[in-house]
Design a protein around this ligand. Structure first.
Ligand code: DON
Length: 309
C-alpha cells in the first residue's frame, strides 16, 4: 500500500527542518559526508496498513546504529538471553557511542550495552552462519522480513568507506578479543559489521520495522509472530535506555518514544501498540543524533501525546 503524503505532517517537517541548519552531517565515515543536510522526511505506519508521510520518503539512508536493534533481535533469537548477556551488559553508559573508556575501568570486562559500538560488535560477532557472507545474508533477510521489503540491500560504498577508516572500532574489537568476548578474526568481524551498518532503508521501511516492535513482534500484515514477544520487549527497552546514547535521558523526558538513531540521520521509533515511525534527517547534533529528526519527534510526541511515560 502506498504511503499517503499528509499536510499536517508536512507542516511539522517544515518547522523541524529549520533545526537542520544547526547541525552537520557525519563525516568520520567519509562516504556519509555526501548526505544532504537539508533532507528531512518521515513516515508513520499504522497497524491497519495505513501510512502517512511527508518529505521524500524514497530517499534511502544507511542504517548505521539503527542496525544494532536488528542484529540484537536476531542474536537473541539465535542464542537466547543468557548467552547474549554473558557477552554484553544491560546498562546505559552516559558516554558517546564510540567510547572505549568504561571497557577498561569496569570490574568485569564486558561492553555495558548492545547499542554502543563495543557492545554492538560483540552482538554482531554472535550472528550465526558458516561464513561471513552467510551471516550477513541472514541479517539482511531478517531486515527484509521486519521491514516487509524484499528489495532491501546495502551500500558497498558506505561499507567500504567505514571499513577503510574505522580504526577506533578495530581497536574495540582487539580489546574484546584480548578479553575473550569475541574469538573471530577482527577483519572478518569488521567486514560483517560495516556491511550491517550500510544496510539501506527509506523512512517508510524504518516505519514498518518500527511497527513490528510496536506490535510486540507481530507482522502487521500477516499477524504472524516474527520476533518473539520477549525479544521485542528487550529491544524496545534498550531503545528507551540506550537508543540515543548520552542523550537518552533528555530524549525520554522530551519525547518518550522507544527509538533508535544512526549517524546517517535515521531514527526508527516504536510507539507501543500504535505506530511505527521512520525518520531520515542527516544533519546531526553533537551527540550523533538527527537534529531535525529529534525536533520532529518532539513535535509529534507533544501534538499526539505519544510519550509512554
Ligand atoms: O560504528 C560506527 O561508528 C557507525 N557505523 C555507527 C555509529 C552510529 O550510527 C551511532 N549513532 N548515532
Amino acid at each position: 500500500m502506498l504511503c499517503q503524503s499528509n499536510e499536517e505532517l508536512q507542516k511539522l517537517v517544515d518547522e523541524a527542518r529549520e533545526y537542520a541548519k544547526k547541525g552537520k552531517v557525519a563525516d568520520y565515515i567519509p562516504a556519509l559526508a555526501k548526505n544532504n543536510p537539508d533532507e528531512l522526511s518521515v513516515a508513520i505506519q499504522y497497524p491497519d496498513g495505513r501510512c502517512i508521510s511527508a518529505g521524500d520518503i524514497h530517499e534511502k539512508i544507511t542504517l548505521q546504529s539503527i542496525s544494532k536493534i536488528i542484529s540484537l533481535a536476531l542474536v537473541l533469537i539465535d542464542h537466547g538471553e543468557d548467552a547474549v548477556f554473558r557477552k554484553v551488559g544491560m546498562e546505559p553508559t552516559g558516554d558517546p557511542f564510540n567510547s572505549i573508556a568504561k571497557l577498561e575501568t569496569m570490574s568485569e570486562v564486558k561492553p555495558l550495552n548492545p547499542m554502543i559500538n563495543a557492545g554492538a560488535l560483540a552482538v554482531t560477532h554472535l550472528i550465526k552462519g558458516n561464513t561471513t557472507e552467510d551471516r550477513f545474508n541472514r541479517l539482511l533477510a531478517f531486515s527484509k522480513m521486519i521491514s516487509g521489503n524484499s528489495n532491501i540491500g546495502y551500500s558497498e560504498e558506505v561499507a567500504e568507506s567505514e571499513m577503510q577508516t574505522s580504526h577506533l572500532n578495530r581497536s574495540l574489537c582487539y580489546f574484546l578479543k584480548q578479553h575473550n568476548i569475541i574469538d573471530e578474526d577482527v577483519e572478518e568481524l569488521m567486514s560483517l559489521y560495516t556491511k550491517q551498518c550500510a544496510i539501506e532503508m527509506t523512512c517508510f521501511d524504518l516505519a514498518k520495522a518500527g511497527l513490528v516492535f510496536a506490535l510486540d513482534g507481530k507482522d502487521p500484515e500477516t499477524k504472524e509472530q516474527i520476533i518473539p514477544v520477549d525479544v521485542s520487549r528487550i529491544c524496545k527497552t534498550f531503545m528507551v535506555t540506550c537508543g540515543m546514547y548520552n542523550e537518552a535521558g533528555e530524549f525520554a523526558i522530551k519525547i518518550g518514544i522507544p527509538a533508535k538513531s544512526g549517524v546517517s540521520g535515521g531514527i526508527l521509533g516504536a510507539v507501543p501498540g500504535k505506530y511505527g515511525i521512520g525518520i531520515s534527517g542527516p544533519s546531526l547534533n553533537e551527540k550523533g543524533n538527527s537534529i531535525a529528526g529529534l525536533k520532529l519527534l518532539e513535535l509529534l510526541s507533544k501534538k499526539y501525546s505519544l510519550s509512554i511515560f
